[in-house]
Design a protein around this ligand. Structure first.
Ligand SMILES: *[C@@H]1O[C@H](CO)[C@@H](O)[C@H](O)[C@H]1NC(C)=O
Ligand SMILES: *[C@@H]1O[C@H](CO)[C@@H](O)[C@H](O)[C@H]1NC(C)=O
Ligand SMILES: *[C@@H]1O[C@H](CO)[C@@H](O)[C@H](O)[C@H]1NC(C)=O
Ligand SMILES: *[C@@H]1O[C@H](CO)[C@@H](O)[C@H](O)[C@H]1NC(C)=O
Ligand SMILES: *[C@@H]1O[C@H](CO)[C@@H](O)[C@H](O)[C@H]1NC(C)=O
Ligand SMILES: *[C@@H]1O[C@H](CO)[C@@H](O)[C@H](O)[C@H]1NC(C)=O
Ligand SMILES: *[C@@H]1O[C@H](CO)[C@@H](O)[C@H](O)[C@H]1NC(C)=O
Ligand SMILES: *[C@@H]1O[C@H](CO)[C@@H](O)[C@H](O)[C@H]1NC(C)=O
Ligand SMILES: *[C@@H]1O[C@H](CO)[C@@H](O)[C@H](O)[C@H]1NC(C)=O
Length: 618
């Protein structure tokens, strides 16, 4: 078996030391870097991959590259053009008299297989929303309600339809069987006489599904077949991959909207996103890569009623555009996208959880895995006939990639490519994030007395109104007030560091830790205060073309011991968010002011109600 022997930039080795590690809040550790295509680091990564893919895949016969074609794109939500792409056409494609393309490029269409499920869920969210996730499916599918009424005494052989929720279909936690009459039904793959010969008992013909691949099932046949399939588990027990769930999801959407599912996908997702190389049904052969016969490759196989689980087709360029649209929340309210991009259920692999229906990998940013710094890759794999596909998005980094292959690739090709891309781009993007944050925020901030003190952060409009509470809106200008702080970026620590934080002569870093933790006198000398800031995503425009951007501070005492037991943990920062509030203004809220040119002019701690001018960069 081959592997790509590359780690372009070794993932930063973070810590270890005796002190407890910083425990960041879940989410981006730094503001996302921008203008990626102009960055030499991104160009260098692309150049390195340009050399590596031909060397280790295309021109290495041991990979069997003669027999498969593929398209790969790396993209960012902040760029319309890909960060990198690469296409390989199998030399043996020429021997097939293919009705498809003769050379693969960014517009070449592949079958997506199960990546279709992402389009199905996005279509559902864009039309029906996520408000009905906890409704039972019987509310929308009367056929199941009828079966639910007939079940007596348990649900071992018939699903407990009243307990299966709409959301559980999307998150693979309905417990329903994988397929009805499609994959896995051996009476379709082998002759009955052969099955008897290898030990299966004779069965009556009425037990054999009347439909499947050829002919595909009608809606009536499907509902009648599905309604009585023995469930794998009771709903909500454990994730169980189920294609059926997505067919049912499409029926529910049809019932609610009164439209056919395929038109819903087209009208609510493909057309608004201008995905002109994405198709719900087979497009013209000339657009696709078809490594052989259009039927034997499954290019032309129409899943009919089960389209919502795997029928779609897309080019690498369009698959990337879809991934970008998800991260940009182009079709949904941002809050709905944030709900969508979360895990729903666990798997036995602690680094792997399941969303709707994302597979979610937690990727540590330290090679030792000893820190609490990680990103989360939301992915979906697809496979149908001669086609293999993978879409990955990493929302914390605005990064994603599309991998599409056709022909006879080695098993694990998509995952090996994914490993290579992540080990190249995650450290690159993290480095850029650090460099850009360093250039933007790092520096010394001081009370210079020439900024009018506002009513504190959060409201955005303090002009003409007085802040609530006893603090006056415009305190007498205290030109000599000894207030300062330093912002820095650290190669191994998460977020922006706040050091030398003095408020009117007082060491605020120490106070912020001590006041939150109620540390007693004898402990004072041991405290190692740490103040680090994380992006909140909250920002507002200011008059004059600038903006204010809010960060959340985590106050930690790094002198505390590492704790990793069943219950004891040294990483519970989320519980202590905004534990200290002064006159309704949080001590952990820091607001940076940007001018119209994107330069940071000052920072304000909401509770301290005073703007500190940026007086120097580091
Ligand atoms: C492709 O076409 C050529 C010329 O028409 C023919 O000789 C050959 O057998 C065909 N190959 C296949 C795989 O159909
Ligand atoms: C849609 O995409 C096509 C190319 O696929 C492009 O020519 C066209 O300008 C796009 N339309 C819009 C409205 O963006
Ligand atoms: C504030 O005042 C100091 C000293 O008077 C001056 O050097 C500085 O440029 C002023 N800062 C701003 C933002 O006006
Ligand atoms: C700010 O507050 C003043 C006084 O209440 C009001 O007149 C003004 O419209 C507000 N500005 C904005 C942008 O809300
Ligand atoms: C703010 O409060 C002060 C003191 O109570 C008062 O003199 C002033 O008029 C108030 N300003 C506004 C804009 O309400
Ligand atoms: C931040 O920028 C300063 C000045 O260019 C540099 O000395 C420092 O090494 C940078 N820090 C990081 C973590 O890159
Ligand atoms: C700064 O500290 C001095 C001395 O304790 C105090 O009188 C003054 O009110 C403080 N000013 C502010 C704005 O906190
Ligand atoms: C400001 O306060 C800090 C902490 O109390 C102190 O070390 C420093 O000397 C003070 N600076 C000035 C200029 O008063
Ligand atoms: C803080 O600690 C002191 C001394 O141990 C105790 O008397 C006080 O009640 C504590 N306060 C809080 C808010 O826990």
């Amino acid at each position: 078996m081959w592997t790509i022997l590359l780690t372009l930039a070794a993932i930063t080795h973070i810590r270890p030391s005796d002190a407890k590690a910083n425990c960041p809040l879940y989410g981006p550790l730094l503001p996302k870097p921008i203008n990626l295509l102009q960055q030499p680091e991104i160009q260098a990564a692309a150049k390195a991959l340009d050399a590596i893919f031909p060397k280790y895949i295309d021109n290495d016969k041991s990979t069997g590259s003669e027999h498969f074609s593929y398209s790969v794109e790396v993209f960012s939500a902040s760029e319309d053009k890909p960060l990198w792409n690469h296409f390989w056409t199998a030399p043996n494609l020429a021997s097939f008299n293919s009705t498809g393309v003769s050379k693969v490029d960014a517009n070449t269409v592949y079958r997506l297989g199960s990546i279709t499920k992402l389009y199905t869920v996005l279509t559902f969210l864009a039309t029906v929303g996520d408000g009905i996730w906890n409704d039972p499916v019987t509310k929308y599918i009367p056929e199941f309600a009828a079966v639910a009424k007939q079940t007596h005494g348990g649900s071992m052989f018939v699903p407990d339809w009243d307990s299966i929720t709409v959301g559980s279909l999307a998150s693979q936690s309905s417990g329903l069987m994988r397929d009805y009459a499609l994959l896995g039904e051996v009476t379709y793959q082998l002759k009955l006489s052969d099955l008897y010969a290898i030990g299966f008992p004779p069965i009556s013909l009425y037990e054999i599904p009347p439909c499947g691949v050829n002919p595909t099932c009608t809606r009536k046949q499907l509902l009648s077949g599905i309604s009585k399939l023995p469930p794998s588990f009771a709903p909500g027990t454990t994730p169980v991959y189920s294609d059926i769930g997505f067919t049912i999801l499409s029926y529910i959407a049809e019932k609610i909207t009164g439209k056919k599912f395929k038109s819903m996908v087209q009208d609510s997702v493909l057309t608004p996103l201008n995905l002109t190389h994405t198709f719900v049904s087979a497009p013209d052969d000339s657009l696709g890569i078809i490594p052989g016969n259009r039927y034997s490759t499954s290019w032309a196989f129409e899943l009919a009623e089960e389209a919502a689980t795997g029928n779609m087709y897309a080019s690498a360029g369009d698959l990337s555009a879809f991934g970008r649209a998800v991260m940009r929340s182009s079709l949904l309210k941002p809050a709905m996208t944030r709900r969508w991009l979360k895990p729903s259920v666990f798997t036995s692999d602690p680094k792997g959880t399941i969303g709707m229906p994302w597979g979610i990998r937690q990727i540590d940013l330290s090679s030792s895995g000893a820190s609490y710094q990680s990103v989360h890759a939301y992915n979906k794999l697809g496979s149908l006939g001669a086609y293999t596909s993978l879409l990955v998005i990493i929302p914390e980094l605005d990064l994603g990639f599309s991998i599409l292959a056709a022909g006879d690739p080695p098993p694990g090709l998509a995952m090996d490519i994914a490993d290579t891309i992540t080990s190249t781009y995650i450290p690159t993007i993290m480095t850029l994030a650090r460099n850009q944050a360093n250039a933007t925020f790092s520096g010394v901030y001081k009370y210079t007395g020439n900024i009018t003190v506002g009513g504190g952060g959060g409201g955005g409009n303090s002009s003409g109104t007085n802040a609530t509470g006893p603090y006056p809106t415009n305190p007498p200008a205290a030109k000599t007030m000894n207030s300062t702080l330093t912002i820095s970026v650290d190669a191994s620590k998460p977020g922006l560091g706040v050091t030398n934080w003095i408020s009117n002569g007082t060491d605020m870093a120490f106070i912020s830790v001590a006041i939150g933790a109620n540390i007693t006198d004898d402990y004072f000398s041991k405290v190692k205060p740490s103040v680090r800031l994380y992006p909140t995503g909250a920002e507002e425009k200011t008059t004059g073309g600038g903006k204010r951007v809010a960060f959340k501070a985590v106050f930690e005492d790094l002198s505390l011991a590492e704790k990793k037991a069943s219950f004891s943990s040294d990483c519970t920062s989320w519980v202590s968010v905004t534990a200290v509030v002064y006159g309704s203004k949080p001590l952990d809220m820091f607001i940076f002011d940007f001018d119209k040119d994107g330069k940071v002019t000052d920072v304000e701690n909401a509770a301290l109600r005073v703007k500190l001018d940026k007086v120097s960069s580091i």
